[in-house]
Design a protein around this ligand. Sequence first.
Ligand code: FES
Length: 412
Amino acid sequence: MSKSNISKLSRLGLIKVILNRLSNIGKGSDKETKDLYDYTPNKLAKQLHPTVQHLKVVEIEEFSKDMKSFYLAPNIKKGTQSLAWFSAGQYLSIGVDINGKVFKRPYSIASSPADTLSGYYMLTIKRVEGGIVSQYVLDNWKVGTEFDASAPLGDFSYEPLRDAKTVIGIAGGSGITPFRSLAKAIYEGDEPCSLVLLYGSRTYADAVFSDDIEKMAKDCDKIKLVNVLSNEEKEGCESGFITADLIKKYAPEGDYSIFMCGPQAMYNFADKEIEKLKIRRKFVRHELFGEFFHPEKNADYKGNIDEKFHLTVTIAGVTTTIPCDANTSLLRAMEAAGLNPPSDCRSGRCGWCHSKLLSGDVYIPASVDGRRLADKEFGYIHPCCTFPLSDLAIDVPPMPKEIEKKKEDAAK
Ligand code: FES
């Protein structure tokens, strides 16, 4: 280093920092680390973002036989010591073993991040007509039921660098759950935004968590709840649907973000209303949990929805051929065949199910095609929102859990 550079560093007071750093490097071990997980930052990262969380049901709150809240604690016996932290609005992908086949589904966490420190997550699950997992969970889960879940996932949470200071929440049905979490986080002082929640229900009796959020709103001027009832007139509630005019009525002056979570029919209606408001695209976000995409309802679908095909799947090096109907996503076909494919969001966004299309033609609804340009160019698909138009062959990468297991087995 030249004399002038040394004198510049000295003037900036950096010489001491550099000498300290060199000294610390000199004190480091010269032995190769056996396992990357031995590094303290990696141990912490694994604790915050575990590959899997072993959980058990510790309490159940029943709203009706079609909707229940499940309180979940770490299953210490199975090796999960504490719950991973999350941001209000994130979800868990839970794995449910039904007669030896594992089905995964994403559910938004309805408890607040601070509740995690008290040792629990709460998931509120509503029965979905024709839904395999919701039916099974509501009819079979009891206190003591054990299962595995992902770490908290998803980006449906408040981000001060991107979002406006006020969030207009538009919720419908069980789409209230991430907003219940956000309201509680604001109430507990863990989120810097305000929330105006427009909550659409048929009747007030259907508006689960309404009383709970109203109580928080009474003590916290950063939360406002507006119940919007389509089939009932009730004092203090709005009647009808969530229109552009209704949003304007409750929106603040200036910028606001709109977060939406609810059924597809609500998005179809609300999206058109929001377009009238001409707000910037970055301020509008949906939570998407695709389960039933109905490809035939899209104008660009050219297939025959009643056709039946074969799907040849290579997963973790094993090749199997299974049936796959035109109206079934490749992911659902693999789950029904007990292949245990990877998935998290089930809506084309997380990339967890990312697989290579080896042969055949597929249909991917544009509204859920979250692939990067390179994926499209090199023939990768997301089986969670891909439908067959012919017999197909795909290659599904093994799940990290399986990679980890192989690593463990090799180390034995
Ligand atoms: S499960 Fe997330 S993209 Fe398919």
